[in-house]
Design a protein around this ligand. Structure first.
Ligand SMILES: [Zn+2]
Ligand SMILES: [Zn+2]
Length: 154
């Protein structure tokens, strides 16, 4: 049975679920087109019954790292959630993504997604670098996010 990683509520009959994922991303700017995101590694943190419970986990994730949510976009330069410095998103960097998923597990869709925080290389946790050095640079996935330029209501 799939349960909320925060309150253990049964998720098997829920139509909407929230998921938190650590992604190592490169943002690719396209002329006359939406930017794309190349995801090299994606590590699922957990899935949750509500946005509220995902937000609770986001709060503790960020406070452990002395970081603040930036609700980032896919711009060429973004602000690090930890040190507050601007950095180039053309470099591979850690992004915390919150996704709202809908539909059955076998055929789930991303209903909505937000980049909660982006971290510059200096502030990336050391385990991220270890994780990365074991892998080649073949991207897992390249996506054209439909939520570019959208602000989180929070
Ligand atoms: Zn819950
Ligand atoms: Zn930083």
């Amino acid at each position: 049975m799939r349960t909320c990683d925060h309150c253990e509520a049964d998720l098997s009959n829920e139509d909407h679920r929230w998921e938190l994922v650590e992604e190592w991303q490169i943002c690719i700017q396209r002329e006359n087109d939406c930017p794309e995101v190349e995801i090299s590694i994606a590590y699922g943190i957990g899935e949750y019954c509500s946005e509220e419970h995902a937000m609770d986990v986001i709060d503790s994730y960020l406070s452990e790292r002395n970081a603040e949510p930036t609700w980032a976009d896919v711009d060429p330069v973004e602000t690090c959630a930890c040190c507050g410095e601007d950095f180039s998103t053309a470099e591979r960097h850690l992004t915390l993504t919150m996704m709202e998923l809908c539909g059955p597990e076998e055929a789930q869709n991303i209903y909505d997604a937000f980049y909660v925080a982006r971290f510059c290389r200096t502030c990336e946790p050391p385990e991220g670098r270890d994780l990365f050095s074991e892998n080649d640079s073949t991207p897992v996935e390249i996506i054209k996010p439909k939520w570019v330029g959208k602000e989180h209501p929070a």
